[in-house]
Design a protein around this ligand. Structure first.
Ligand SMILES: Cc1ncc(COP(=O)(O)O)c(C=O)c1O
Length: 400
């Protein structure tokens, strides 16, 4: 077997299952799952209808590059959403469909990393766990950039030593961040572009939460937008990752796309051709409709806003809860042992949340785990269930 497999960590949900093993919550209370970031709003009818109506297309193999209409819908959405100049995203050379960003984030690193050199893959810490596993299996070392209250929940680029930048082959960004919800500003993204030029690395911008934000008038900026603002036209060294899972509440559709630097996209397409990761044609047809339609995404984002508005006032005087700029998580300081908090909350209130330390690592030996003392609460159940959960969390804290 590949010895690099030994370096993978247990996935957070495995650790959570171990933490909960043998604990019995009170039988009268229904379970509320707030640990997994799985959207639970109803998928849009028009997407489901198209999927159903196109099942006869299962009779042929899809192309890895996807249908031209799929790539065009993705390019069109990028240009609308990020106010990019018309025709700045060439759907023929700059876009590829992927079966959800999870597999794309993983396979991208396998295609990009040159392990004949001592490669580093830089990532925020805490982070979406795929970044680390992808780096390890590609033969690179993960390098963690802590995102704590002290850094306003964004990686402190100025704190990264020059020799680390020199070895960096891929820098992961996540905006809005999972789990912090922090949004990277255009100025920040432009600074990253300068670093990428100077040290010649690829920026992998995970923007899968970019459609979930608090201020309707202020959507989070994206990396391609920063490219245009910096006068770059070819998106050199940049690849963005987008998904319908959160935007359209269809995590089971497994539909996303990547876009950016055409030289990187062409090599990634070659990799994917061998990897065998073409998207089924019915999935593409349903996805085209979803990317071409924005009002359902606005309604979806409105539901998450309602949850923050209902939940935060219930918790505000017993827990340090802050409204995030984007995403659907509360990244909450519980003032102590986060594993114990999660286990006792499950035991007394039958609510599952995720200990923050499971999403992070000590950046170096002897350093603290930046997720310690926090839990991630996913506001994915419906508005009333989230409010009920907040009342139970409140009761748990008051009676602790
Ligand atoms: C930060 C981040 N990136 C990527 C993904 C993967 O999403 P999908 O594969 O559904 O596009 C997730 C899922 O929770 C996530 O939280």
């Amino acid at each position: 077997m590949n010895p690099r497999l030994e370096r993978l960590h247990a996935y957070p949900f495995e650790r959570l299952a171990r933490l909960k093993a043998g604990v019995s919550p009170p039988p009268g209370l229904t379970h509320i799952a707030m640990s997994i970031g799985e959207p639970q709003h109803a998928p849009p009818d028009f997407v489901v209808d198209i999927l159903r109506a196109s099942l006869d297309r299962l009779g042929s193999y899809p192309a890895t590059a996807g249908l031209p209409e799929m790539r065009a819908a993705c390019a069109g959405w990028l240009q609308r959403r990020f106010k990019l100049p018309q025709d700045s995203v060439n759907p023929e050379t700059m876009v590829l469909p992927v079966n959800g960003t999870r597999e794309a984030l993983f396979s991208f690193v396998q295609a990009v990393v040159d392990d004949s050199r001592a490669a580093l893959v830089l990532m925020p810490n805490p982070f979406y766990q795929i970044y680390e596993g992808a780096a390890l299996l590609a033969g690179a070392e993960p390098f963690f950039l802590d995102t704590t209250a002290a850094t306003a929940y964004v990686p402190d680029l100025d704190a990264v030593p020059e020799e680390v930048w020199r070895r960096c082959q891929v820098l992961f960004l996540c905006s809005p961040g999972n789990p912090t919800g922090a949004v990277l500003s255009l100025a920040y993204l432009r600074q990253v572009l300068e670093l990428a030029d100077r040290f010649d690395f690829v920026i992998a911008a995970d923007e899968c939460y970019t459609e979930l934000y608090l201020e309707e008038q202020a959507p989070p900026p994206g990396l391609l937008q920063a490219c245009v603002a910096s006068g770059r036209r070819g998106f050199e060294r940049c690849v963005v990752f987008h998904s319908l899972s959160k935007r359209s509440s269809v995590p089971g559709l497994r539909s996303g796309f990547i876009a950016g630097d055409p030289r990187i996209v062409a090599r990634f397409l070659l990799y994917r051709t061998y990897h065998g990761s073409a998207m089924a044609i019915p999935t593409q047809l349903a996805s085209i409709a979803a990317w071409n339609e924005d009002s359902h995404a606005e309604r979806n984002r409105g539901l998450y806003r309602q949850k923050f508005e209902r939940v935060i006032p219930i918790l505000a005087d017993v827990l340090n809860v802050e409204k995030p700029a984007g995403g659907f998580y509360l990244w909450t300081d519980v003032g102590g042992d986060e594993e114990r908090f999660a286990r006792d909350l499950f035991m007394t209130q039958n609510i599952t949340v995720l200990p923050g330390s499971y999403l992070a690592r000590p950046a170096a030996a002897g350093q603290p785990n930046p997720g310690a003392g926090r839990v991630r609460i996913s506001l994915v159940p419906n508005v009333d269930v989230c409010a009920e959960a907040a009342r139970r969390v409140r009761e748990f804290i008051v009676n602790r």
